[in-house]
Write a protein that binds this ligand. Structure first.
Ligand SMILES: NC(=O)C1=CN([C@@H]2O[C@H](COP(=O)(O)OP(=O)(O)OC[C@H]3O[C@@H](n4cnc5c(N)ncnc54)[C@H](O)[C@@H]3O)[C@@H](O)[C@H]2O)C=CC1
Ligand SMILES: O=C(CO)COP(=O)(O)O
Ligand SMILES: [Zn+2]
Length: 353
């Protein structure tokens, strides 16, 4: 008897384009959301987006509560939940980079409320995904949550954001190549649940982005358009899979470990990009696609070496040899690399000198 079943949850409205910041209130009305919102943001996104959006709401007689967070931690999630309860809000709006959106996503899930995702940077593919990523001591949790009810991505704001945030988003997408390699490997060796549709969507998203690399240039609003569509598509792949597997393999373990060893040294997307060069080499050896990944990153100004990341060579080796412990996710790293092997791959790919 066939007894399989699945829930794929996706946003109802996805609004992308120039000036759509002014349409957040319209989206709220379209979704029939009532009551007061709580805006979850961080300092710069507050200035560029949250305060102007709050002014639109105030003009319509709705006074949003606002909380600013600095880091993606479980304490930040708890703080947002406390403010939401104290201010008696009915839904949340995450306005900012990946951290603000993750915190809004996790708090709204706990509160059993809907949330809207308003990215101010095209820096990560959590914009529409159904997961929140939070460090916790020595490990990193990919917490199941709901995707946003709607996404409002203003390409004007995204194009005005610092260029490195956009190149980080590109690198987060390019890393899908190795994430899918790891997923297939884990399916073959460990029988992990696998979705051919989610894997194909994730890979195709990386291919389209690389094919359009010429359009990705600083100051071009069209770049923000191309990258944001890819970030959404990658997030949808995660929602189809019901896991971050289509977009997160060993290159993400490497990045999560760097976050612990060298906090705030580099952006998430840039770290996973360099991780992807390393793990593509581990999967396929010297003749494989590691050079294509490196060249694609380099063509959009994303880092390809430890130096570019501002991270020391020894920290890269430590991350490579320990990051398999960060989460129970089978990848090409298996039960861990020894130091000589780590130094070998990092040197041969030019990630370290
Ligand atoms: N839930 C998911 O599926 C995913 C979650 N993530 C998570 O997202 C985080 C990475 O996201 P990022 O956006 O790289 O980090 P982030 O949220 O820390 O943003 C980077 C910096 O850019 C600033 N910023 C944002 N918009 C700006 C603007 N318009 N102008 C000037 N500054 C601006 C932020 O305030 C912050 O200081 C990580 O915690 C990662 O684990 C990443 C991918 C997927
Ligand atoms: O960053 C992500 C996908 O790009 C989310 O992955 P994690 O599950 O590793 O946090
Ligand atoms: Zn990522």
């Amino acid at each position: 008897m066939f007894e399989k079943s699945t829930w794929i949850r996706l946003p109802r409205n996805v609004v992308v384009g120039h000036g759509v910041r002014n349409e957040v209130l319209g989206v709220v009305n379209d979704l029939h959301l009532q009551g007061r919102p709580l805006f979850v943001t961080s300092p710069t996104p507050r200035e560029v987006a949250a305060d102007p959006i709050a002014a639109d709401f105030e003009a319509a007689g709705i006074e949003p509560a606002i909380v600013t967070i600095e880091r993606a931690t479980f304490e930040a999630v708890e703080r947002v939940i406390e403010v939401a309860e104290a201010e008696d809000v009915s839904y949340l709006v995450g306005i900012g980079g990946g951290k603000a959106i993750d915190i809004a996503k996790l708090a709204s899930h706990h509160l059993d409320m809907g949330f809207l995702s308003v990215p101010t940077a095209a820096s990560h593919d959590g914009i529409v995904s159904n997961r929140g990523s939070v460090p916790d001591g020595d490990s990193r949790h990919s917490v199941a949550a709901e995707p946003p009810l709607a996404v409002v991505a203003d390409t004007g704001i995204l194009a005005d954001a610092p260029w490195e945030l956009t190149t980080a988003g590109c690198a987060d997408i390019i890393s899908n190549y190795t994430a899918v390699m790891d997923w297939r490997l884990a399916q073959r060796l460990k029988d992990v649940e696998y979705s051919e549709y989610a894997a194909a969507l994730s890979e195709m998203t990386a291919e389209i982005l690389v094919d359009n690399a010429d359009l990705i240039r600083p100051g071009l609003e069209e770049s923000a358009w191309v990258v944001t569509k890819a970030l959404m598509s990658s997030g949808v792949a995660m929602s189809i899979a019901g896991s971050s597997r289509p977009a997160s393999g060993a290159e993400h373990l490497f990045s999560h470990q760097l976050d612990r060893l060298a906090p705030d040294a580099a952006l998430h997307g840039h770290q996973v990009g360099v991780g992807s060069i390393l793990t593509a080499y581990l999967h396929q050896g010297g003749d494989g696609i590691w050079r294509d990944i490196r060249d694609a990153l380099s063509s959009i100004d994303a880092p390809t070496t430890a130096d570019d990341l501002g991270i020391g060579d020894e920290t890269v080796i430590e991350a490579l040899t320990t990051c398999h412990e960060i989460r129970d996710r089978y990848t090409i790293l298996g039960d861990g690399m020894n130091e000589r092997a780590a130094r070998d791959v990092a040197t041969k790919t030019g990630v370290i000198d």
